[in-house]
Design a protein. Sequence first.
Lengths: 115, 115
Amino acid sequence: AQSVAQPEDQVNVAEGNPLTVKCTYSVSGNPYLFWYVQYPNRGLQFLLKYITGDNLVKGSYGFEAEFNKSQTSFHLKKPSALVSDSALYFCAVRDYPNTGNQFYFGTGTSLTVIP
Amino acid sequence: NAGVTQTPKFRILKIGQSMTLQCTQDMNHNYMYWYRQDPGMGLKLIYYSVGAGITDKGEVPNGYNVSRSTTEDFPLRLELAAPSQTSVYFCASSYSSAGGPVEQFFGPGTRLTVL
């Protein structure tokens, strides 16, 4: 079965410090991996994706993520956190080709950047 | 481009009433999705469509119906509303890659309360 785990419901980090939001996945085929951000009362916004190629993926707003096949992880990172990064972050996976056109989302991690 | 639009933004229903949540995208995307978001539960897929005239069930389809008569529109119908359908509903669309759908573009959501 396909699944995504975000082991931390809440992450707090001081402004200017590096941040990491964790994601692990379970698929039987090839993982298509995504990170999205959600601000209060808004829809999800796409940040970055891994489909194939370089394991280090760069995305919007200075975020990056590293695909680690052996650890089945796709952690989101940023070298220096901003207060405006405070939001809810979701990891998602599509199990290609096994689950057709469906995506599976984690339960989300609430990031708070403390001034 | 307006992207993905949803109406209404808010709605309160009485138990047993019916309603249709509207979703329109102007990006000519083949894939469209309906999710519900409940606190601490992430996003759960209700229905999806791979093109006009083609729809399929997701994880939690009971109590809902969809249709896709055009590329642009993907309405979600709630019949006989129940308190368990109180949630925030998001519509999303995705373009095609060689391996099928990739990142999704989300609407702003509809907050539905069933009393």
